[in-house]
Design a protein around this ligand. Sequence first.
Ligand SMILES: NC(=O)c1ccc[n+]([C@@H]2O[C@H](COP(=O)([O-])OP(=O)(O)OC[C@H]3O[C@@H](n4cnc5c(N)ncnc54)[C@H](O)[C@@H]3O)[C@@H](O)[C@H]2O)c1
Length: 351
Amino acid sequence: MNKLNIAVIGLSGIGLTHVRAILANDNTELAGVCASRESSLAKARELAPGVFATTQVEELLQQDGIDAVVVATPDHYHAVHTIAALESGKHVLCEKPMADKLDDCIRMVETAKKAERALFVGQVCRFSPGFLQAKRLLNSGAIGELFFVESEYAHNFDDVGAGKSWRTDPAIGREQMVGGGCHAADIVRMYCGNAVEVQAYSNHKVLKSWSADDTMIGIYKFANGAIGKVFTSGAVRRDYTMRTVLYGSKGSIIVDNKSDHLQLYSKELDTSFMGTPNARHTENYAIAIPTGNNTKNVPEQLAAFVKTVQEGNASVESGQSGANTVAMCTATVEAAKTGQAVTIRNPFPES
Ligand SMILES: NC(=O)c1ccc[n+]([C@@H]2O[C@H](COP(=O)([O-])OP(=O)(O)OC[C@H]3O[C@@H](n4cnc5c(N)ncnc54)[C@H](O)[C@@H]3O)[C@@H](O)[C@H]2O)c1
């Protein structure tokens, strides 16, 4: 099978992580890089000497031999860069959040369908081993029927307000619940499906340089009857962990994206689903199941994107899921601002 030639637009921390993943993958070639900042281009050139590099997105997209593009520019550029890439015939892996506005997400999916190109959204936590293991346990019936799920996106973002950043620019109005909270909302959706209604609260007590509230909590009803919660903050004084808890009729799972194990509490313990000889009982009748966790699963995500494209599949399934996650997050912001419960307008059916 031919290697997939992939270019990357946006070359800061996460963009360079994509570059490294493409360089390390046997099925991909780095076909070009693009960033508005010369300093970003310089770092990419260090990783890939001689690679085609430009500050202009249009120039990159006109290059011959590019099959696909990773869009890793700031959130508010995702729609314009993704749509330009799709319209020039490229498959796209777009960083999370899919876009900062729901209508843009819908346009991105429509453009991909028209262009018959794959649209994949980089909700990388879906590739985190712990979250995947929790999904397998849930599907196996280990905790029975899920009735409550919660997750979080909690960081200490003091430094982001220090200089001028798109993340804190009032003219851009980035909402933490959409920009970062989409990780937690997406994980909750992975377990519970689409949320249908939200109530939310927020405050702004710590990061005064931010234009938006630094802390928000959304409380959800899901189509399947479960309820849930997503907490986001840029102001917490502790490590980033994305602690996620699933409560079911027969047991509970506590899992995050950093620990090398998850905790399974089960009323009716059937060890056959564990699939690992290293699982052990603890005093409180929980099992710690090794997961082999790490926080950056960009290589696994890239492999899934490449597989989709190489199977000749112009799939927009991931794009549709990314749009539903943005719908959940933007409705949460609306609920916090209005003080009213908001019906969530999921643009696509659950896949
Ligand atoms: N998946 C994750 O865990 C994760 C982690 C960090 C960031 N992100 C997402 O990745 C995106 C980038 O975040 P970041 O922290 O790297 O941002 P950043 O501001 O540090 O870097 C943005 C990069 O995009 C380039 N850029 C900006 N505007 C451009 C334009 N108009 N044309 C071409 N290049 C342009 C800049 O030169 C820079 O290289 C955001 O959407 C963010 O939400 C995802």
